[in-house]
Unconditional design. Structure first.
Length: 92
């Protein structure tokens, strides 16, 4: 039984976790596909990953993209580099 602070208690958490992991795996695959065309900054990736996001959602979309990039980096699926003060990621 899970008792979250912002909703009613629920069970079946293993299935929810599995769905979330599958969701983020799909999102990370999309990021890798986009990086297949060459290195991009998180700011360049965000509108490609979230093409329908609105301007006021920029912080959220950048945070989401950056979090996924960090997971991919930890798994050695992307490499980070910095050039002229800009951080870029590329698929490896």
């Amino acid at each position: 039984m899970i008792a979250p602070g912002h909703a009613e208690p629920f069970s079946g958490h293993a299935a929810i976790v599995d769905r979330l992991l599958a969701f983020y795996e799909k999102r990370q695959q999309r990021i890798l596909e986009l990086l297949g065309a060459g290195p991009l900054t998180p700011g360049e990736l965000a509108p490609k990953v979230f093409p329908h996001a609105r301007e006021h959602q920029l912080y959220l979309t950048l945070s989401e993209v950056m979090g996924n990039l960090e997971v991919l980096e930890a798994r050695r699926r992307v490499a980070r580099s910095e050039r002229e003060g800009r951080i870029r990621f590329e698929a490896v």
